[in-house]
Ligand binder design. Structure first.
Ligand code: HEM
Ligand SMILES: *[C@@H]1O[C@H](CO)[C@@H](O)[C@H](O)[C@H]1NC(C)=O
Ligand SMILES: *[C@@H]1O[C@H](CO)[C@@H](O)[C@H](O)[C@H]1NC(C)=O
Length: 345
């Protein structure tokens, strides 16, 4: 009797172990499936980067938005005939087209090898492309964990509750990050991604004009920087105008973002608050003074980001076209119509 129950128990434990092992990503997932996948992606990303710099910030931000909405499952790439996908949301519409194009081109390069065709997920291609643009702009290299599967659902309505706003306090940012399993240190390190790329004026004009009853300019903003921003973004500016988020080295993935914060030169409230809120001041000072410490923390954080709610094993699918789900008819019968309006008619 006792033998039997302990046998059962160890059998159950083994099942549990096997299950959790298969629920994990692996660094060499495509070793026997498509051994050259990393070269194909890197080449396509580099070619695109040589054509336009926006490739780098566009792709990096796309990875963040993919992982924060429904997990890293390439749901951000899905297009909807009725404009109901994540990319159609107000926030989704600010994602750079060149980021999407980078993944499409990398997928085409991978699928050009007959052995690799339809075997590498769009979610993994995006994770690799994000690493590659960090390296191309001078940031640290790291090994990307792989084995994500692509999701089949993308809805406009799921974006607003998942993506933090540039007006957020440290409490709000921290709770949104912890909802996805990321720590406050991950938040501070990942925000360093704002060392490259642009923001449209509308995201921060509240800090320049009519901030509060007491002062029209946000007092946490460096006054010279505020003047520069007012010049670049006058009231009623063309909504397409964008400014560099790191005014000093906008094309280099460095720790200058944290040095800016120390000077009151964080572009968004959500940036500046990392320095002004005493709970994270020390970490900002560390990353500003020690680039190695920043790079190490960033690698840990982006690896954690890449694990958020991933689909593995037989979950999801390997999408053939990153913008559309496979076998739409099968999938129609499994989901309610309003949830899946992401494909062609
Ligand atoms: C912590 C909370 C965050 C907030 C509130 C935030 C907010 C924003 C906003 C408002 C923009 C400008 C979009 C526009 O032009 O309309 C932006 C741009 C950008 N964000 Fe964030 N972000 C956050 C975290 C992150 C993270 C974690 C990453 C990546 C790891 C990231 C990467 C980027 C990049 C690279 C850009 C520039 C995009 C481009 O030039 O096309 N952000 N972010
Ligand atoms: C991109 O440009 C660099 C520098 O000019 C060059 O060495 C490299 O071969 C180019 N890469 C691709 C894939 O075209
Ligand atoms: C910078 O950070 C690294 C990594 O945490 C650490 O090993 C190194 O000692 C630090 N350097 C200085 C000058 O504090």
């Amino acid at each position: 009797m006792e033998h039997r129950s302990s046998f059962l128990l160890s059998f159950l434990l083994l099942l549990l172990l096997l299950n959790s092992a298969s629920a994990q990503l692996k660094q060499n997932f495509y070793q026997n499936i498509c051994p050259n996948v990393e070269n194909y992606v890197r080449n396509a990303v580099e070619k695109k980067f040589n054509e336009t710099f926006v490739t780098a910030p566009g792709t990096l931000r796309l990875f963040f938005h993919d992982c924060f909405v429904r997990g890293c499952d390439a749901s951000v790439l899905l297009a909807s005939s009725s404009n109901n996908a994540e990319k159609d949301s107000p926030i989704g519409q600010t994602l750079a087209g060149d980021g999407f194009d980078t993944v499409i081109k990398a997928k085409a390069a991978v699928d050009n090898d007959p052995n690799c065709k339809n075997k590498v997920s769009c979610a993994d291609i995006l994770a690799l492309a994000a690493r590659d643009v960090i390296v191309l702009t001078g940031g640290p290299s790291y090994t990307v964990e792989l084995g994500r599967r692509d999701g089949t659902i993308s809805t406009k309505s799921s974006v607003h509750s998942s993506i933090p706003l540039p007006t957020f306090s440290l409490d709000k940012l921290t709770s949104m990050f912890s909802a996805t399993g990321l720590s406050q240190t991950d938040l501070v390190a990942l925000s360093g991604a704002h060392t490259i790329g642009f923001s449209h004026c509308a995201r921060f004009t509240k800090r320049l004009y009519g901030f509060s009853r007491r002062s029209s300019v946000d007092p946490s903003l460096n006054s010279n920087y505020a003047k520069q921003l007012q010049q670049a973004c006058p009231k009623n500016v063309d909504p397409r105008v964008a400014v560099n988020m790191d005014p000093n080295t906008p094309r280099i993935f460095d720790n200058n973002y944290y040095k800016n914060l120390q000077q009151g030169m964080g572009l968004f409230t959500s940036d500046q608050v990392l320095f002004t809120d005493t709970r994270t001041t020390k970490l900002v000072n560390l990353f500003a003074s020690n680039s190695t410490a920043f790079q190490q923390a960033f690698i840990t954080a982006i690896t954690n980001l890449g694990r958020v709610r991933v689909k593995v094993g037989s979950q999801g699918e390997i999408r053939h076209d990153c913008t559309t789900v496979n076998l739409r008819r099968d999938y129609m019968s499994f989901h309610r119509r309003e949830e899946i309006d992401t494909g062609r008619c």
